[in-house]
Design a protein around this ligand. Structure first.
Ligand SMILES: *Cc1c(COP(=O)(O)O)cnc(C)c1O
Length: 376
């Protein structure tokens, strides 16, 4: 059996090696390392794929979130509501911009931000909501946008984990994750569904004025060379990464299907087990692109299972082991433990199994057999 990895980037590279190498070689030969034609081409390719009016490439997904928030006229002390159960980048940039993060509980089925919890957290100071499409499933965007409209709030989608996922509105129309809010961010970190070979990220928006502003912010606040109109940052997607992404983007749907197929096989093997809750896909609204395949282990020893799998050289991980409201950096006396029943439970129950585009049946069977052996 091929060695099992949490993410098998090498086997994926081997399949596209020739094309990727040529694409990278072109950048080297033309020495247009920064803002080369590959970056512009990738921007256009991604706009077409997503149906987004504007894509603004940048250096990584954390920058993308920060720049998106800088583009909206948020002021220190403005409250920004986001999920308690996510990667820290989401709350980090809110705090860095001296906005006030307001963490709220998540939905036990999808692990995405709870609409009821958001509703309860809205105050006159609330200016924005940041839903995170966690593990590859889109948050309930129609409900979020309705709530945001009622209270005049911005919605910033953190789409680092769900690029390529679809969301269906009640009227049957469909949109891609990342083009439903006012602005969205994504990451091309190597292990993401669309990963480059280093760091990369992008911001999407359909708003012309905001897009113009964001293009300046990513480039030191310049709209005309050496005229700095707003305080900006330096955040660029380099041409080599864009060259890789131009080869990988046409494969994104195939990559996501490979993830979905692996997830179906996992879930079939675990179906009906008393100690396992497999991922719940709200299929009538969502496609799930399985950035992670995450189980809840109930009334059983989750940490023991993790050790058992690691001892058999099956990589696995806990995303995320600590609720953000319990992290030293983000603790706040305003928080009340009773407001986070779901997140406090999930951090004790979740375990993510290997998930990538190259998992084969033999590997999946070995993984599922091992999980079931431990829980028998
Ligand atoms: C990966 C990730 C980010 C940050 O992306 P980087 O490119 O690593 O900066 C932000 N939010 C979420 C939910 C992520 O998974």
């Amino acid at each position: 059996m091929k060695k099992i990895q949490m993410v098998d980037l090498k086997s994926q590279y081997d399949q596209i090696k020739d094309t990727v190498n040529i694409s990278i070689q072109e950048v080297l030969d033309t020495t247009s390392y920064i803002n080369g034609p590959q970056v512009h081409l990738f921007q256009k390719n991604l706009e077409n794929y997503l149906g987004a009016k504007h894509v603004i490439p940048c250096a990584n997904g954390t920058d993308a979130l920060q720049i998106a928030m800088m583009g909206l006229d948020l002021k220190p002390g403005d409250e920004v509501i986001t999920a308690d159960f996510t990667f820290a980048a989401t709350v980090e940039v809110i705090a860095l911009l001296q906005l006030t993060p307001v963490l709220v509980d998540v939905d036990p089925d999808t692990f995405n931000i709870s609409i009821e919890a958001v509703r309860k957290a809205i105050t006159p100071k609330t200016k924005a909501i940041v839903p995170v499409h966690l593990f590859g499933q889109v948050a309930d965007m129609e409900a979020i946008m309705t709530l945001a409209q009622e209270h005049n709030l911005y919605v910033i989608e953190d789409n680092a984990q769900a690029i390529g996922a679809d969301y269906k509105y009640a009227d049957g129309s469909k949109k891609k994750a990342g083009v439903m809010g006012h602005v969205a961010s994504t990451s091309f970190f190597p292990s993401k569904n669309l990963g480059c070979y280093g760091d990369g990220g992008a911001i999407f928006t359909n708003d012309d004025e905001l897009a113009h502003k964001l293009r300046g912010i990513v480039n030191h606040g310049m709209y005309v060379r050496y005229h700095h109109d707003v305080v900006g940052v330096n955040s660029r997607l380099d041409s080599i990464q864009a060259a890789v992404l131009n080869v990988k983007l046409p494969n994104l749907d195939t990559y996501n299907v490979a993830r979905q197929t692996a997830a179906e096989k996992y879930s079939a093997a675990f179906a009906g087990h008393a100690n396992i809750i497999t991922p719940i896909v709200k299929g009538e609204r969502n496609s799930h692109v399985f950035h992670q395949y995450t189980l809840r282990i109930i009334n059983a020893d989750r940490d023991g299972l993790m050790q058992y799998l690691l001892d058999k050289s099956i990589p696995c991980a806990i995303y995320y082991p600590i609720a953000l409201h319990s992290q030293k950096a983000y603790a706040d006396t305003r928080y009340n433990e009773a407001d986070f029943p779901v997140t406090n439970q999930l951090v004790k129950e979740v375990i993510s199994l290997p998930m990538h585009t190259e998992l084969d049946d033999e590997q999946i069977k070995f993984i599922t057999d091992s999980v079931l052996e431990f829980l028998s």
